[in-house]
Design a protein around this ligand. Structure first.
Ligand code: BTN
Length: 251
């Protein structure tokens, strides 16, 4: 099939929108399009969460792709999009290599606080995934709302330069396309997983999670080739998690 990667020339910039993920799902918006917004009034997070962008000039981005379902594992796509975002962050802010990581499956953390979240939504028809990738990233600000103080932070310690957000997004579009191309090549998948593991917040951490209707505790072994998180439980059982549940936590 013909892949529909993001097209650099199909970008839109909106002053305000309910949700960029919703806006781009409109069937009149062609595959390959992407959008950034200055403000979102009903930003969506994973599960039933809302997404509240913080600070000055946050990144509010969505892109629309069409991919062959036979060749793509969606959990792996999520984690590869996280790596595309982290690579873009490192290209623009090299100091962040010291403290910024991927928190499986699709968040970016600076130290132990979240700076970015990714929401991948997909529809399956006739062997094809229509995928919307949404990314929210808080670049810089002075205030964190009280309920988020222990959970969220800003990526940068100073304001973005003139035109830097646009340059960041252009780079991100290329990195997302490269991540999708890499996903189609098994030897490249293994190489990228090695990179992701090296930049994974959860590597070797002890976590607690819901699994088969009970709470299990164990040490993270890594991420497998389908994008699942491998855990060695306290009782010596090897299990794999497909996603975090509300009870997922680092110990
Ligand atoms: C999460 O961490 O729960 C995912 C957050 C994803 C937020 C982004 S902002 C751009 C795009 N539009 C939305 O409504 N949500 C995503």
């Amino acid at each position: 099939m013909q892949y529909r990667l993001l097209k650099p020339e199909l970008g839109h910039r909106l002053p305000s929108v309910n949700s960029t993920n919703e806006w781009i799902r409109n069937p009149e918006i062609p595959f390959g399009s992407w959008v950034i917004a200055e403000e979102q009034t009903e930003g969506k997070g994973r599960g039933n969460n809302i997404w509240q962008s913080l600070g000055e000039e946050p990144l509010i981005f969505s892109g629309k792709l069409r991919l062959s379902a036979a060749e793509i594992s969606l959990p792996l796509l999520s984690i590869f999009v996280s790596s595309a975002l982290l690579k873009t962050i490192f290209a623009f802010f090299p100091d962040r290599e010291e403290d910024t990581t991927i928190k499986w499956p699709n968040d970016i953390y600076k130290h132990e606080k979240k700076v970015a979240g990714i929401l991948v939504q997909s529809e399956f028809t006739n062997g094809v995934y229509d995928v919307v990738i949404g990314i929210g990233l808080n670049f810089f600000g002075n205030l964190i709302p009280e309920p988020l103080i222990d959970k969220a932070t800003y990526l940068c310690e100073s304001k973005m330069g003139e035109g830097e957000l646009e340059r960041f997004v252009n780079h991100l579009v290329i990195e997302i396309n490269q991540a999708v191309i890499n996903l189609l090549d098994p030897s490249q998948v293994m190489k990228d997983l090695v990179w992701i593991e090296a930049h994974s917040l959860l590597k070797n951490k002890v976590i607690e999670a819901e699994w088969e209707e009970r709470i299990v505790r164990g040490r993270v072994l890594g991420i497998d080739e389908l994008g699942f998180l491998l855990i060695m439980t306290e009782t010596g059982q090897k299990i794999e998690l497909m996603d975090t549940s509300p009870k997922f936590r680092m110990i």
